[in-house]
Design a protein around this ligand. Structure first.
Ligand SMILES: [Zn+2]
Length: 106
């Protein structure tokens, strides 16, 4: 699976350029790499993440979003939602961010 270099608007500086990775153009990617801050930039921001489809999942996501707003600890979030793993929190987090960014761009 090869990814063609495409022209993008860099998510860091909003300048157009050749995509290097993580939606960054080359100078910004190199800088982030050098500063070890690449983790701040999402790997696949345009990929649609998992989203809950049933009423239960939607309720869970709504509760998750509330807990995040309340700055609840991860431990509490896991406990309240009855989640088993860190990976499940990441799914909710990706879904929450995806919905938040949709609201922001609407
Ligand atoms: Zn940039």
């Amino acid at each position: 699976m090869s990814q063609k270099r495409r022209r993008i608007t860099c998510i860091c500086c909003q300048q157009p350029g050749i995509h290097r990775g993580r939606q960054l153009i080359e100078p910004c990617y190199d800088r982030a790499w050098a500063h070890r801050t690449l983790d701040r930039f999402p790997l696949q921001p345009h990929a649609t993440p998992w989203l809950p489809t049933g009423p239960h999942g939607r309720k869970m996501l709504a509760r998750y979003t509330e807990l995040v707003a309340e700055r609840a600890s991860r431990k509490r979030i896991l406990w309240e939602l009855g989640l088993e793993t860190e990976r499940s929190i990441q799914r909710y987090e990706a879904a929450r961010r995806h919905l938040a960014s949709q609201e922001a761009s609407a």
